[in-house]
Write a protein that binds this ligand. Structure first.
Ligand code: R5P
Length: 286
């Protein structure tokens, strides 16, 4: 049996604050990993424990760190290893875009499966159906309750999905924030440029929250925010699960009054923790 009393949470260096939060919420022990002091890695040799390894697999060195930690944890005798990958790097590569390419999301999952028994992740940017093809039991945990709570306290009047892909997220967050939602139709021109189809939105004089899974270059959010401003929105808050903020993101995001992200990826915009969501999902695993 895997009672909570025998559970330990290990945080990789991409996810230490979130891992601590999950340990607290799940009433499990937190294992400090001496990343530099112990050249061999993992200091805990306990046997027959359930270890929850929390590590965002982005940027790439964090994948290597994840695999080394998982191997060390298994080697130390852990009976059950649950991988919590808050932001799943390569999650957008859910098919062979060109002949001869790997399906990179699946490749990463295959390596996680070597030492882990199950996987929990959040807001996979690709079609969540990809998770069913992973070689270990995988569940997507929603970050929308956390985002919805924040947007409710920020008193937004309406939520907006900047594209159809984000619609399921905006719908879920709107139920928590108890406000209506709408969506835009986006066309991606290239990695940096997007175009939004004209659509009348009921946002005049309103405080609007834009909800997306990922902010990368900020191009999607900036285009949506400009559209909202043009239609008379009074205030625009951009909320995402994973804040990558690459390239000119900060300049692009000046189109918003506020930008918030969760702690799946740490940044100056991290204002919301998804520890309660992951802790609940871990409890539900049994
Ligand atoms: C893809 O469509 C995702 O839902 C995001 O909208 C996208 O990844 C955001 O990227 P960027 O910030 O570069 O526009």
């Amino acid at each position: 049996m895997h009672s909570v009393g025998f559970m330990k949470v290990v945080g990789g260096s991409a996810s230490v604050p979130l891992a601590r939060g999950i340990a607290k919420e799940a009433r499990a022990g937190f294992v400090d990993v001496a990343f530099e002091k112990h050249r061999g890695g993992f200091p805990d040799g306990e046997r027959y424990v359930h270890v929850v390894l929390v590590q965002t697999t982005h940027p790439d060195p964090m994948i290597v760190e994840f695999l080394l930690l998982a191997d060390a944890i298994r080697d130390a005798g852990a009976h059950r290893v649950t991988a919590v990958v808050p932001y799943f790097g390569y999650g957008r590569q859910d098919k062979r875009f060109l002949d001869g390419e790997p399906i990179s999301a699946k490749t990463i999952a295959k390596h996680i499966a070597v030492d882990c028994d199950e996987l929990l992740t959040m807001a996979i940017p690709a079609n969540p159906e990809i998770l069913k093809t992973f070689p270990l039991p995988t569940r997507e945990v929603s970050g929308m309750p956390a985002i919805g709570r924040y947007l409710k306290s920020a008193k937004v009047d309406v939520l907006l999905a900047p594209d159809e892909g984000a619609l399921r997220l905006a719908k879920e967050a709107s139920a928590v924030a108890d406000v209506p939602f709408d969506f835009l139709v986006k066309e991606r021109i290239d990695s940096y440029t997007v175009k939004i189809e004209p659509k009348a939105l009921a946002v005049k004089g309103k405080s609007v929250g834009i909800v997306d899974d990922v902010i990368s270059t900020g191009g999607t959010i900036a285009t949506a925010a400009q559209e909202l401003r043009a239609q008379g929105a009074r205030r625009v808050i951009a909320a995402c699960v994973h804040g990558l903020f690459v390239g000119k993101a900060e300049a692009n995001l000046k189109a918003c009054d506020e930008v918030i992200a969760t702690d799946t990826v740490l940044s100056p915009h991290t204002k919301v923790s998804v520890a309660p969501e992951f802790a609940a999902a871990i409890r539900a695993l049994g």
